[in-house]
Design a protein around this ligand. Sequence first.
Ligand SMILES: [Zn+2]
Ligand SMILES: [Zn+2]
Length: 304
Amino acid sequence: MPDVLHNPFAGPGRFYKGNLHTHSTASDGVRSPEEVCALYREGGYDFLALTDHFMKRFGFPLTDTRAFRTPRFTTIPSAELHAPAIMQGEPWHLVAVGLPADFAPPTPEEFGPALAARAVAAGAFVAMAHPAWYGMTLADAETVPSAHAVEIYNHASEVDVARGDGAWMLDALLARGRRILTIAVDDSHGHFADWFGGWVMVKAGSLEPEALVAALKAGRYYSTQGPEILGIEFDGTDIAVECSPAASIAVLGRAPASKTAFGEGLRGARLPVAGLRPGGYARVVVTDAAGRRAWSNPLWFDAA
Ligand SMILES: [Zn+2]
Ligand SMILES: [Zn+2]
């Protein structure tokens, strides 16, 4: 269970930009692992999780990307895990970031919830991928209590079939009392322009894979399509947000509770949260003039 502080970015370190969901020719992507790493490295990212489909037909790849690291760019050993099955019958899609090299393939008897729990026990940060894209339900999500996060935005799903949004799933889980984080990702394969659309900014003390995974688990990051969240502080009454120029800054609680500040080029806002308290949590959404969003992780009032 993540323990998100009332100021998730208060600790030492700096923000590192990373994509947590990516494919290569080691599964069904277009680019080789080397090309994918070069794309993101040259695109200004600090790190990449190459998450090829951990499936028998691809030889259960845990793609080794260590050769493509530089002093300013690292990679986290990762995979997208699959096992039976969400209620519609599709295999689970679970992004596991920070897997050991000897992580064993699932047996046919190992279902999604058990596979997720095994990945968490092996040290990974585990997220439920693209809920809207494949029709994952709230009831499905509740069978995987070990998952750290659910994708709030999957860029490939948005570009391909306009099903990139996972906010409904996040809020439904939060409203049920689940302590869960959220990530924005590309899920890029390269069959169409599905890269550089959603990423995370992780506050960590160093660009070491272990430090990044620890910061992810602790919720010391935010997700974005472009806007920056520079600071969030909760003083018991208001949530103060500092951000890059925004058209709106919203604080959302259990639906429909919310407070929004609108303006031109807003660099921050102070929003009262009394109305959100009964729901137990608040999360921040910053939207810029182009409609691009940044999403904080939830803040739980009882952790403040
Ligand atoms: Zn997937
Ligand atoms: Zn994927």
